[in-house]
Design a protein around this ligand. Structure first.
Ligand SMILES: CC(C)(COP(=O)(O)OP(=O)(O)OC[C@H]1O[C@@H](n2cnc3c(N)ncnc32)[C@H](O)[C@@H]1OP(=O)(O)O)[C@@H](O)C(=O)NCCC(=O)NCCS
Length: 161
C-alpha cells in the first residue's frame, strides 16, 4: 500500500460527508455542544491510489487549533500518526500555541494513541456525550469495549511555551 496525503478541498466535501456518515453515523460531528460540518473545517486526507484510507479535520480559532475528526481505515500502519503530524505542522505554521481535541471516555485506543504522541489530558467533561446525543441521536449508548459512552475527554499539546 502506498499512502499519499493531500489537503482537503471543496470538491472533497460530499465525499467527506459520506465518510463521516459511514464512520461516525452522521454528516456532522458534535463536540462540546457545537455541531461541526465538513464545510467549516480544514484538513488532510490519506489515499491509497484514489481510495480514501484516512482523514483528519481541524479548525482554527484565535491562537488555537482543534482537531475535530481523525480516522484511519487501516490501523497500525502509520496513517493516524501521519495525519496527526500534518495537523500539528499546520498548527505550528499558523502560530498556534495549542492544539487540542475531544475524545470520549470509551475510546481507550485514542487516549493511548494521542498520549503516546505528546498530548496530555486536560479535562473530563462529565456527561457531555449525553448532551451531544440530544443533538445527534445516532451516538450509541454503549461505546467501544462495551463501555457506557458518557463523557468527553479533552487533550492538548502545547506548541509554544
Ligand atoms: C486512533 C486512530 C486514528 C489511530 O490510527 P492508526 O492508523 O492506527 O495509527 P498508527 O498506525 O499511526 O499508530 C497506531 C499504532 O500502530 C503502530 N504502527 C504504525 N506503523 C506501523 C507499522 N508499519 N508496523 C507496525 N506497527 C505500526 C504505531 O506505532 C502505533 O502504536 P503505538 O500507538 O503503540 O505507538 C485509529 O485507531 C482510528 O481511526 N480509530 C477510530 C476513530 C477514532 O477513534 N479517532 C480518534 C478520535 S478523535
Amino acid at each position: 500500500m502506498t499512502v499519499d496525503v493531500r489537503r482537503l478541498t471543496q470538491d472533497d466535501l460530499p465525499r467527506l460527508r459520506q465518510f463521516w456518515k459511514e464512520n461516525w453515523g452522521a454528516e456532522f460531528v458534535v463536540a462540546h455542544g457545537v455541531v461541526y460540518r465538513p464545510d467549516h473545517l480544514e484538513g488532510f486526507i490519506a489515499l491509497d491510489d484514489d481510495e480514501w484510507i484516512g482523514g483528519i479535520t481541524y479548525r482554527f480559532s484565535e491562537s488555537e487549533c482543534e482537531i475535530i475528526s481523525l480516522d484511519s481505515l487501516h490501523e497500525g500502519q502509520g496513517i493516524g500518526t501521519l495525519l496527526v503530524n500534518k495537523a500539528i505542522e499546520e498548527a505550528r505554521a499558523k502560530g498556534c500555541q495549542r492544539i487540542s481535541l475531544i475524545t470520549t471516555n470509551d475510546n481507550l485506543n485514542a487516549l493511548g494513541f494521542y498520549q503516546k504522541r505528546g498530548f496530555e489530558l486536560v479535562a473530563v467533561h462529565r456527561g457531555a456525550v449525553n448532551e451531544s446525543r440530544r443533538i445527534k441521536p445516532s451516538i450509541p449508548l454503549i461505546g467501544n469495549d462495551g463501555i457506557a459512552l458518557r463523557d468527553e475527554i479533552e487533550l492538548e499539546m502545547k506548541l509554544i511555551n
